[in-house]
Design a binder for this molecule. Structure first.
Ligand SMILES: Nc1ncnc2c1ncn2[C@@H]1O[C@H](COP(=O)(O)OP(=O)(O)OP(=O)(O)O)[C@@H](O)[C@H]1O
Ligand SMILES: [Mg+2]
Length: 246
């Protein structure tokens, strides 16, 4: 059973090595993290520092090698394949730098895709949910366009709509603004902020300080280790909100 009051995500001495033809490449070392539901966290660090690897483990796309990864207080090592498949389908979503949309497919059908295999959402609700998600990212006037007929920023907003259509509690975004000009990048970050305001937990990987500043907390990785974990932005935002409410 999930533990009450446990963080959404907790890692204890989490390590990851890749193995290719028996050659071990250690990539993550003793990662200790707690992330609560509702947080907006940015993971930063140089190329090769292990950001994507960590995100894939926390998003159930890859396995760690040693240490613990707890989800709602439950050790993920003990979860069977059915449980893992259900978590992947219903509780986490990804937005990637390269959008990963189907090009000759309409915006609507791209967004509906994760609903086709969804174990809970009923087929008769798919259309309404997809339209709502598209509206959320401000693309209702592009619903029937093919995704190849969109700008980069619009494509990424479709990818965000596809990520949110299943109403997952956790959304991962790996360099979501990496292929975008600054104006489109801001629109994409605004869409992620809106999701955060709606209660989703967002974990964002980025190289750019300006993008990371949309988050409330910044975790810095260096050579596979957490070298800093700042809640400074959270405090600053809380202070600002305090001022506004006075
Ligand atoms: N399948 C793999 N086999 C072996 N090593 C790998 C594999 N995938 C990644 N690595 C190594 O793991 C390290 C971390 O890679 P990762 O992709 O997590 O870095 P990153 O911080 O996301 O970098 P970037 O900012 O360039 O995306 C790199 O040194 C990389 O070479
Ligand atoms: Mg990466």
């Amino acid at each position: 059973m999930p533990e009450k009051n446990a963080p959404l995500i907790e890692t204890q001495k989490l390590c990851k090595s890749y193995f290719n033809e028996e050659i071990e490449t250690p990539v993550l070392f003793d990662i200790e993290l707690k992330i609560d539901a509702g947080e907006f966290v940015a993971i930063m660090g140089p190329s090769g520092s292990g950001k994507s690897t960590l995100m894939h483990i926390l998003g159930f796309l890859d396995h760690h090698t040693s240490g613990k990864f707890l989800f709602h207080g439950e050790p993920t090592q003990k979860m069977d394949d059915d449980t893992l498949a259900r978590i992947r389908a219903t509780r986490v979503s990804f937005v990637f730098q390269a959008f990963n949309l189907l090009p000759r497919t309409s915006v609507l059908n791209n967004v509906m895709l994760p609903l086709l295999y969804h174990p809970i959402i009923r087929p008769e609700d798919r259309l309404e949910k997809a339209h709502k998600a598209i509206e959320m990212v401000g693309l209702s006037d592009r619903t029937s366009f093919l995704s190849s007929q969109l700008s980069g920023g619009q494509k990424q907003r479709v990818a965000i709509a596809r990520a949110l259509v299943t109403e997952p509690e956790l959304i991962f975004a790996d360099e979501p603004t990496g292929n975008l000009d600054s104006h489109s990048g801001i629109q994409v970050m605004e869409a992620l902020q809106k999701l955060h305001a709606d209660g989703h937990t967002i974990i964002l990987v980025t190289h750019e300080q300006s993008t990371a500043e949309h988050a409330q907390r910044i975790i810095q990785l260096h050579d596979g280790r957490v070298v800093s974990d700042s809640t400074e932005f959270k405090r600053r935002i809380a202070a600002q909100e305090g001022k506004l409410h006075k």
